[in-house]
Design a protein around this ligand. Structure first.
Ligand code: ZN
Length: 143
């Protein structure tokens, strides 16, 4: 699992906003992938484009796209919820949240195993299996 320390080493301190341009991009999602709740543009880490494209393709090709109800964001410079020091991987744009309304922190996730596999097959870790469940959350499994 990617740690905040690894992200610091690869991308730098997210509090230094002038570094952001080195690893963040406003990605225009290719038209064939723009289905259902998939946004047309996503401000994300450049390292997310290939795995997110694959995850979106999987959702479409495996008929899980209707299960994506809401896109709840990617880039957000903040600490991990409940932590006084550890930065969230959202701070480097290498994590996303989906279907937040029904997959809240600490709650039993409602995403189907097939939906989750669309992301884990594409190179993401899922927060729904963590001790403190974060079912809405997917993050890159390596950087
Ligand atoms: Zn998240």
């Amino acid at each position: 699992m990617v740690t905040p320390q690894q992200a610091y080493q690869k991308y730098g301190d997210p509090a230094i906003r002038s570094l952001e341009g080195k690893y963040m991009t406003l990605w225009t999602v290719p038209a064939p992938l723009r289905q259902g709740a998939i946004p047309s543009r996503i401000y994300c880490n450049k390292d997310m484009i290939a795995p997110l494209s694959q995850a979106f393709s999987n959702l479409i090709n495996r008929n899980h796209i209707d299960e994506l109800k809401t896109w709840d964001g990617c880039f957000n410079v903040r600490k991990q919820r409940g932590s006084i020091s550890a930065m969230s991987l959202h701070s480097w744009g290498i994590a996303i949240d989906v279907n937040a309304a029904t997959n809240g922190l600490g709650q039993t996730p409602t995403l189907s195993p097939g939906f989750v596999k669309c992301f884990t097959d594409a190179g993401f870790d899922w927060g729904g299996i963590w001790t403190r469940k974060d079912g809405m959350h997917f993050q890159l499994s390596k950087i």
